[in-house]
Design a protein around this ligand. Structure first.
Ligand SMILES: C[S@@+](CC[C@H](N)C(=O)[O-])C[C@H]1O[C@@H](n2cnc3c(N)ncnc32)[C@H](O)[C@@H]1O
Length: 260
């Protein structure tokens, strides 16, 4: 299981170099994109209990607080927890973020209406246990928003190397250690390159009543993109199982909204 490392880790430093100085207003656009996927299934207001797992710079808990929403965060990196509080202070906001590893932090039972995990479960070594905790921590009717890696995507957001996600785990780990140093295995490595089928099976087994994948969500959306020519094609693809399977197999990431 991943440990919490107190010292500086190179992947966190690299992450902060890429994300420092991004104005909160810019992140609000991303925040709305996530909310657009959640709110058709769960109204979000000041009484909604939200949890984010793996907060990065803390933008989601910070924006929630700014909007008068209740959102708690759990984050494994002390460096990032500290950064998130500093990021919030720049805007006069104190977010609610706890240091912890989702693998062994108690997040309770039937406690949250919404749980968000974006670009984090690929880093959670025991991901099935983590997803089980999420399911237990949701209230009936609660919504889980999930975004992560897609093994067969043609380009990887994790690491710039041709067909990176397709490589066997041991090869990926070796490649990352050789390029980025041993401490990538302490935090930053993607233990998991998921597939849609694998995740859908895991969510179904957990007991979610409804599971929407990336294409379903796109087709349900009312954005301009879903009404464009490409959008019309994707609506057709979504109704033809072999085509849908192919589209999801190579999509740039896995995305799900699961309702308990
Ligand atoms: C790629 S960042 C994504 C940050 C944010 N969710 C976003 O989408 O901008 C992954 C985050 O998850 C955190 N993380 C990784 N493994 C974790 C674990 N087992 N428990 C809690 N947080 C974890 C990392 O430290 C980092 O902040």
């Amino acid at each position: 299981m991943m440990e919490i490392y107190k010292g500086e880790l190179s992947d966190v430093t690299r992450y902060l170099e890429r994300h420092d100085q991004i104005p909160l207003e810019k992140m609000e656009v991303n925040f709305e994109l996530i909310m657009d996927k959640i709110t058709p299934f769960k109204a979000v207001d000041e009484h909604t209990e939200i949890l984010e797992i793996g907060v990065g710079t803390g933008w989601i808990p910070i924006i929630c607080k700014k909007k008068g929403l209740r959102c708690k965060g759990i984050e494994i990196s002390p460096q990032l927890v500290e950064y998130a509080y500093e990021y919030g202070r720049r805007y006069g906001i104190e977010p609610d973020i706890e240091l912890g590893n989702i693998e062994d932090t108690d997040i309770g039972e039937s406690r949250y209406d919404v749980i968000i995990a974006t670009s984090v479960f690929e880093h959670v070594e025991h991901w099935r246990e983590g997803l089980e905790k999420v399911y237990r921590a949701l209230r009936p009717g609660g919504v889980f928003f999930f975004f992560s890696t897609n093994r067969f995507s043609l380009r990887s957001g994790e690491f710039d190397f041709p067909l990176y996600g397709w490589l066997p785990n041991a090869w990926r780990y070796r490649l990352r250690v050789s390029r980025q140093g041993e401490d990538i295995m302490k935090l930053g490595i993607d233990f998991n390159q998921f597939t849609f089928r694998q995740l859908k099976r895991a969510f179904t087994k957990l007991g979610y009543t409804t599971i929407y994948d990336r294409l379903d969500l796109f087709c349900l959306g009312s954005s301009g993109a879903s009404k464009s020519a490409k959008g019309r094609i994707l609506r057709v693809v979504n109704h033809i199982p072999p085509l849908k399977h192919l589209a999801l197999l190579f999509a740039p990431g896995t995305q799900f909204v699961c309702i308990k």
